[in-house]
Design a protein around this ligand. Structure first.
Ligand SMILES: [Zn+2]
Ligand SMILES: [Zn+2]
Length: 252
């Protein structure tokens, strides 16, 4: 066994970071989607369940598919990042490990900046994946959940998971970021993703017409994306959907 992971074979430098990252992605996914699924079940009177046929929550086959694909995604996310660290390619990125290398203001600011860049890259990837060819190759699995549960947060075909992992890699090469800031950014991202697929709305009625709320991709607007199969391609925000005219009102 030791020979299998010996440095001479070039496996061990990739093996441990991959395993560690798979654990981080897996635990984070399980905690956030599990908690969101539990509190959003029909028997709990929390938030508004204003669009989900309740029966879909009881379809265990549906939930099992979402969880199975999500754990495949965890493997892909772990592998992509494990390769990056294990091969040393990460040193060509702008990742920095000493907090003193940049100001603390930048450390905190980098988290929302990563969210904004991620939202932008995701919007265009998502639009591309809604072309006929890429939809069949990459995105159909995610849309098998017409009425998703929180577990659909990572429910992607492995080709989509690979593309999703790579757009985060692009961010690390684009801007200086500390591993703790990335940890915070991806934790916020997972929490928002779990909420976005939860079937419940926690924002007040009329958020989509509020001066600030109209820029937020809520659970309601993402549910409209799953039901209609078009529009609202953003991840956290509706900025690009509003600019590019792809906003789909959930009221129609
Ligand atoms: Zn889509
Ligand atoms: Zn979705």
């Amino acid at each position: 066994m030791n020979e299998l992971i010996s440095p001479a074979l070039g496996i061990s430098p990739i093996f441990w970071p991959t395993l560690l990252l798979m654990l981080i992605y897996g635990i984070r996914y399980t905690v956030f989607t599990g908690l969101m699924f539990i509190i959003c079940r029909p028997q709990f009177n929390i938030g508004r369940a204003h669009f989900v046929p309740q029966a879909s929550f009881k379809t265990s086959h549906h939930v099992r598919r979402e969880i199975m694909y999500s754990f495949l995604t965890v493997l892909v996310f772990g592998a992509v990042n494990g390769i990056l660290y294990g091969t040393g390619w990460i040193h060509a990125s702008q990742l920095y490990f000493q907090l003193a290398d940049h100001s603390m203001i930048w450390f905190y600011l980098s988290i929302p900046v990563m969210l904004i860049i991620h939202d932008t890259l995701f919007y265009w990837l998502h639009r591309a994946m809604h072309t006929r060819l890429l939809f069949n190759l990459m995105h159909r699995v995610h849309h098998q959940s017409i009425y998703p549960t929180a577990f659909a947060a990572y429910s992607f075909h492995p080709t989509e998971a690979l593309a999703e992992a790579l757009i985060v890699v692009i961010i690390i090469y684009m801007m200086p970021c500390h591993p703790f800031a990335i940890l915070a950014f991806q934790t916020i991202s997972t929490a928002i993703n779990a909420y976005g697929h939860s079937g419940r709305e926690f924002y007040p009625i009329g958020t989509d017409t509020h001066w600030l709320g109209r820029w937020i991709n809520t659970s309601t607007t993402h549910a409209a994306h799953h039901v209609k199969g078009r529009g609202n391609y953003g991840l956290y925000f509706l900025l690009w959907d509003r600019i590019m005219g792809t906003f789909e009102s959930p009221r129609k």
